[in-house]
Design a protein around this ligand. Structure first.
Ligand code: WTA
Length: 710
């Protein structure tokens, strides 16, 4: 670089490829943590960063492991002998249930561990102390062991809503070393069944019903579908344990199946007062499986370890969530997602704090509900997703003012947050008193990857921040060249090093694990040096000159709807189950509230009656995946725009759906169809008042890039 042009990038850096298109936006200015926060923060001395510099890797993570109680201390921090199957804290033995429950009995037996808020406001809040949690986890573990016949290493599928029995069952599994696989309750019976068969679970734990927007939904009917689907895939479920939302009263229309279905409240009667010793397990034994969508059809069962995972979520809960035992912490995510596993259950309880759970919809019965909960319970740490923030801003922009609560700390997670939404969160929800962390990470990661340290770093709206302690992110272009900090160019964000929270493998599919996350930037498949195995996150990002990362979204064909990862292939496979459908393509549309929504493009078989195909496709998606995936629109088209080799050009239809440039169509086999589709889609959108606002440069870039991953 010439001496007279400090800070200017070198010329060759400006010659960017298609994959590194510059993204332009205004740099936001910093907000700083208030002194009141810094004064009490778990991390307020900048020297903490020195303890996690790269020269101290991997030993730096001893600090996290030492937050746990080990039955046997580990001898090897990180074993890299079989990359990328990293083994953390080798030689160590522990139990996650002991760490989240038993070890707090001496210091705080009667402190609230879980506070559960039912959706109906006239139903009373339920407080479960650590001592009570201990009793219930033990009794439930006895039921799982003695009634269900589950033992260490078995898998069990949970399809539970947000009730205290969910974390209790998880901790009871952890006590026995039974691997839990909790499926989000909003997912369909078919989706649950697919996960039962993939994990080979013999037992399903579910509930008869739960409240959403004031209605008691029938949830047990999904269990019947799930068992049927699993059986069709060759997996027999021999016991279904059904918790009752109102014990003694059955909320479902579907009959209990004799000899297969059992009411938990009846079965538990035989296990009252039983104690079950926590099983001492190797650090690398699996704790749970969590399914997540990816590029190809089947969801991936991300397998997380006991020692590495628990150490990582405990450490990050301490420093990034700033949890102290005396805090009242409310993460409004669902435990059916990784956020709930790590930051409602395992991290907070391991630290011995009070973790709040809410059953229902945040805007029910009115948008003041979250703030009434915060006021009533004295919540001082709040954690939610941009979708919820957007929704609450839209329907109750001045509600927070009406309630007397004070947050010291707030989190946003799951999607990029618009600076404007961030500012409402900061000023109105946080009343200008709370720090915000924008935490970027994934199901696969166990815990946070990028975030500011709340007591030490400035916050920049719309940017997640630097890599967290012990995480060294980098942005690579398609050729594996590093995209330099401050260049304004986008690329693929990767993590150069392993970390304790990283998942161990994809359940039953180690090859796909290596291929999806490591093959792209692996320097030498024979190398046992972790430096040769960067983790490819499948997200686009840029890094500004100050080192902060701004996450742009998925680079694979995953559509992030309200923080839920939906694979285009899953949506398309569900659609082609409809008899009349010949071909299906899913694309994202920019959505004011949910971030992204799904639109399906469908071509029907020659001669087929297309009159009710739209509804059939929407229904098929609901049945196969769940209501969360219901498309915003289903477009029946005469033909899909295709390349000469027959590939559907998703970029073109995504451009039409979003009113952006469809790009070059001269190479298509059937360019004439593009105009026809556009005319149809746009006329309907206009009639329905669905014409989107002009996209930002960043959004337009995402739509242009969509479908390129294939
Ligand atoms: C996206 C959720 C921007 C990202 C914990 C990632 C984010 C996917 C953020 C993982 C954030 C998550 N800013 N985007 N703070 N956090 N994402 O597996 O695209 O449900 O790959 O894990 O959500 O979603 P998952």
């Amino acid at each position: 670089m010439p001496a007279d042009s400090p800070g200017l990038p070198e010329v060759e850096e400006l010659q960017v490829s298609e994959a590194q298109i510059a993204v332009h936006w205004k740099e936001e200015s910093f907000y700083y943590p208030p002194p009141s926060f810094i004064g009490q923060a778990n991390a307020s001395d900048p020297a903490i960063r020195d303890r996690f510099t790269e020269d101290k890797f991997p030993q730096c993570f001893k600090e996290y492991a030492d937050l746990l109680t080990w039955d046997e201390y580990w001898h090897t921090t990180l074993d890299t002998s079989n990359p990328p199957f990293w083994r953390w804290f080798v030689g160590g033995r522990l139990n996650a249930s002991f760490n989240c429950v038993d070890r707090h009995l001496r210091t705080r037996p009667n402190q609230a561990a879980l506070v559960w808020v039912p959706e109906l406001e006239d139903e009373e809040t339920v407080v479960i102390t650590y001592r009570e949690l201990y009793r219930r986890v033990n009794e439930t573990a006895a039921m799982l062991r003695d009634f269900c016949g589950l033992k260490t290493g078995d898998r069990v599928t949970l399809h539970m809503p947000m009730v205290p029995e969910l974390p209790i069952v998880m901790l009871a599994c952890a006590r026995l070393g039974v691997i839990h696989s909790q499926v989000f309750a909003g997912f369909s019976g078919a989706a649950c069944g697919g996960r039962i068969s993939d994990s080979q679970s013999r037992v399903l734990i579910t509930m008869d019903g739960y409240y959403r927007s004031g209605t008691l939904l029938d949830h047990k009917e999904k269990a019947d579908e799930a068992v049927e689907r699993a059986l069709a895939e060759g997996q027999v479920v021999d016991k279904v344990v059904v918790y009752r939302r109102h014990p003694g009263e059955y909320a479902s229309k579907t009959p209990m199946v004799e000899g297969r279905d059992f009411f938990a409240d009846e079965v538990m009667a035989d296990h009252r007062g039983k104690l079950v010793d926590p099983v001492s397990l190797p650090a690398e034994a699996p704790l749970f499986i969590m399914y997540s969508s990816g590029t190809t059809g089947r969801p991936k069962g991300c397998q997380h370890s006991i020692g590495g995972y628990l150490a990582y979520v405990t450490g990050t809960s301490k420093y990034y969530q700033d949890i102290h035992p005396e805090d009242t912490y409310w993460c409004a995510a669902d435990i059916g997602w990784i956020t709930g596993h790590s930051y409602i259950v395992y991290g907070p309880l391991s630290l011995g704090t009070t973790s709040v759970m809410f059953e229902g919809v945040p805007t029910y019965p009115d948008p003041g509900r979250p703030w009434r909960i915060a006021e009533r319970l004295g919540v001082n740490i709040f954690h939610t997703a941009p979708t919820t923030i957007r929704m609450l801003r839209k329907v109750g922009p001045t509600e927070p003012k009406k309630y007397d609560y004070h947050f010291k700390h707030m989190t946003t997670v799951g999607e990029p947050i618009e600076p404007d939404v961030w500012r409402w969160y900061y000023e109105v929800v946080g009343k200008g008193e709370a720090v915000i962390v924008d935490t970027w990470w994934q199901t696969e990661n166990g815990g946070f990857l990028c975030s500011t340290l709340p007591g030490l770093d400035g916050m920049k709206p719309g940017s997640a921040g630097p890599g967290v302690l012990g995480i060294y992110p980098v942005i690579y272009d398609e050729n594996g060249e590093e995209v330099s900090q401050g260049s304004g160019r986008a690329g693929n964000i990767c993590i150069r090093n392993p970390w304790p929270g990283i998942f161990q493998t994809i359940w039953g599919d180690p090859d796909r694990f290596v291929q999806t996350y490591y093959e792209k930037y692996n320097k030498d498949p024979k190398s046992t040096d972790w430096r040769d195995w960067p983790y490819f996150a499948n997200d686009g990002a840029t890094q500004s000159a100050d080192g902060y990362f701004r996450i742009l979204g998925r680079v694979d064909d995953v559509i992030n709807v309200a923080g839920h990862r939906l694979g285009t292939k899953e949506l398309e496979s569900a659609s082609v189950l409809v008899e009349e459908v010949a071909e299906a393509a899913a694309v994202p549309v920019i959505d004011e509230l949910r971030g992204r929504a799904v639109e399906m493009y469908i071509s029907v078989k020659p001669g087929a009656d297309s009159s009710d195909v739209e509804e059939k496709v929407a229904k098929a998606i609901e049945t196969e995946i769940g209501k969360v995936a219901r498309p915003k629109n289903v477009w029946i088209v005469p033909d899909m725009p295709k390349t000469r080799s027959g590939k559907i050009m998703r970029r073109v239809i995504a451009g039409i759906s979003n009113y952006t440039d469809v790009g070059d169509i001269t190479t298509l086999a059937n360019p004439e169809v593009v105009e026809e589709i556009r005319a149809h889609v746009h006329s309907v959108k206009e009639a329905r008042g669905e014409v989107p606002k002009a996209l930002t440069e960043k959004e337009a870039e995402e739509i242009r890039a969509f479908g390129q991953a294939e």
